[in-house]
Design a binder for this molecule. Structure first.
Ligand SMILES: C[S@@+](CC[C@H](N)C(=O)[O-])C[C@H]1O[C@@H](n2cnc3c(N)ncnc32)[C@H](O)[C@@H]1O
Length: 251
């Protein structure tokens, strides 16, 4: 309860403030040239993904939505979300269900003791998939208000015979502002943010665990920013395959 109240204090940023914040952070971390190059890359992806062939190919992930009557596909995204992706620097993409069950099977933990926390939860597919496991609770954190709204509708609508956890909470906020709950955790990251955001999130996590040590795992799916993890020694890599890594806190 205390945890929920502390999260409610932060508000998602509107489009222009989010743009301003990205510009400030990116200039600070990468300078003018790095920021320009990065923006050009994101714009290239935006244009590529606007072609009909590319958009059609994205419907390949729609089986899950048909099976459960939800909207988690990356084929159908409001224009505002796509524009915001230009400066959150990661495209929304839901976790593939088969992949999810595979990666989570490599976490050596009793899930009944853990809170599952998806930082960058998008339309909430990983939250729904996680509810098939007996977690103490499930928490999603998503910076894009429109994706968060869809995630909440999905959570309300979702029903599955395989469901084992019924306590799902979704927050609309920047993961850098998230206060980690004071309980053992499995943190799920599906390539959600650029390196400087990851650094800040890991710093918060380290400080939370130093203050109150507890069993904590990080499941990093599609680890583009592995070198940020390598720099921070409080996490020990306990398993890896080419497309994901499992870390355990040493604290
Ligand atoms: C690749 S998607 C993963 C979606 C979801 N975790 C899943 O597996 O189905 C990454 C998500 O991270 C979100 N994101 C990006 N930056 C963020 C930030 N600073 N705080 C919270 N969410 C963020 C994006 O908007 C996007 O929805």
């Amino acid at each position: 309860m205390e945890h929920m109240e502390s999260q409610l204090e932060t508000q998602p940023l509107g489009l222009s403030r989010a743009l301003f914040q990205w510009l400030r952070d990116s200039l600070q971390n990468r300078g003018l040239w790095g920021t320009t190059r990065n923006f050009a890359e994101q714009l290239g992806l935006f244009i590529r993904d606007s072609f009909p062939d590319r958009r059609r190919s994205r419907f390949g992930d729609i089986d899950y939505d048909f099976d459960y009557g939800v909207d988690t596909t990356w084929a159908r995204l409001p224009l505002g979300v796509r524009i915001r992706e230009l400066f959150s620097e990661r495209l929304y993409q839901p976790t593939d269900p088969v992949e999810f069950h595979n990666v989570i099977s490599h976490v050596p933990a009793d899930f009944r003791n853990l809170a599952f926390i998806d930082l960058g939860s998008g339309k909430g597919r990983a939250l729904l998939l996680a509810s098939e496991y007996p977690f103490r609770e499930i928490v999603g954190v998503e910076v894009q208000p429109e994706l968060h709204r869809i995630a909440q509708e999905n959570i309300d609508r979702f029903s599955s015979d395989k469901r084992k956890c019924h306590r799902i909470t979704a927050y609309c906020m920047d993961a850098r502002d998230f206060t980690f709950p004071d309980e053992p955790m499995l943190i799920y990251l599906f390539n959600p943010f650029p390196d400087y955001v990851m650094e800040s999130v890991l710093k918060n996590l380290r400080e939370a665990l130093q203050k109150s040590p507890r069993e904590t795992f990080v499941l990093y799916n599609t680890p583009w920013d592995e070198r940020v993890f390598a720099r921070d020694e409080f996490l020990e890599k306990v398993y890896e395959q080419h497309n994901f890594q499992v870390y355990k806190s040493r604290l």
